[in-house]
Write a protein of this length. Structure first.
Length: 282
């Protein structure tokens, strides 16, 4: 088993050491599992439970004051599950796995994704808004009117980016997973790159990738697929990550990061101020 995890591309964190400790725990937790799907789910669940990351508990607040989670999961045989815009679901990657394993679909969203997750034992009605995020939101004097007022309000506020993800390999099989709370002060119901196949996550027999960063720009250039395409063309994981981010930077001028896992190893690259990662093997 080989696994690499990331805690999001963005600015330098205020407390990098405790954050790195959670990432290391996530990688070790994933590496102890049997099979790459179990590995990435277990690793991401650790990160979703920590308020140090923008996923699950402590995720970004949308314009109506709610935290909504998105996630995607894909295996090397291209089986896929994704969920989006879920209110009260901390373990979003587990909900994505439900879609992958229990439905004929690849993507379920909103309250229906929440209901589906609950039917298969994923905890719902979880409070995802931390006291600090609640206070910060209230200090921004959010509007009480409709979407247009929200758009006017978020024009000067929307931004930030962080996401968590993992890619694992064992016995010739890969799995890639990404989970997020989105971007701060986004319009209620906004969905970014994370649950979109090829953008926030991607996996083929050549390997897998998980992306993080400015979601709208990541989706426009399908960053994760771009990285895996390079694996398929014969690049090693680090070269695939480096080249994908270089192309992303040239095409968008925005910031992002990507982790990659191939048969021969792992790689990570970013053009933001920072992106913490961790790897583990068993």
């Amino acid at each position: 088993m080989r696994i690499i995890v990331h805690g999001g591309a963005g600015g330098q964190p205020d407390e990098p050491e405790p954050r790195q400790a959670v990432l290391d725990d996530a990688a070790q937790t994933g590496a102890a599992e049997s099979g790459p799907v179990d590995a990435v789910e277990a690793a991401v669940n650790v990160l979703e439970a920590s308020d140090r990351f923008n996923a699950g508990y402590g995720g970004a607040v949308q314009s109506d004051g709610r935290v909504r989670t998105d996630a995607g999961l894909m295996t090397s045989d291209r089986e896929t599950g994704a969920v989006a815009s879920m209110d009260g679901v901390r373990e979003a990657i587990s909900a994505a796995r439900v879609v992958l394993e229990e439905t004929p679909h690849i993507f379920v969203s909103g309250e229906h994704a929440v209901d589906l997750a609950a039917e298969f034992g994923v905890e719902t009605d979880v409070e995802l808004l931390t006291p600090e995020k609640r206070e910060s939101y209230e200090e921004e004097n959010p509007p009480s009117a409709g979407p247009k007022a929200h758009l006017d309000w978020l024009e000067e506020r929307f931004g930030g980016h962080d996401t968590v993800g993992a890619v694992a390999f064992e016995d010739g099989e890969f799995a890639a997973a990404t989970s997020t709370g989105g971007r701060s002060w986004a319009l209620a119901g906004r969905v970014g790159d994370v649950p979109q196949i090829g953008s926030g996550f991607y996996c083929t027999p050549a390997g897998g990738a998980s992306a993080t960063g400015a979601g709208e720009d990541i989706a426009k250039v399908t960053l994760s697929q771009r990285a895996v395409d390079k694996l398929e063309a014969g690049a090693d994981a680090q070269t695939a990550a480096d080249d994908a981010i270089a192309e992303f930077d040239e095409l968008t001028g925005s910031s992002a990061g990507v982790i990659v896992c191939g048969e021969a190893g792992t790689g990570a690259a970013f053009n933001s101020e920072g992106m913490q990662t961790s790897t583990a093997t068993r």
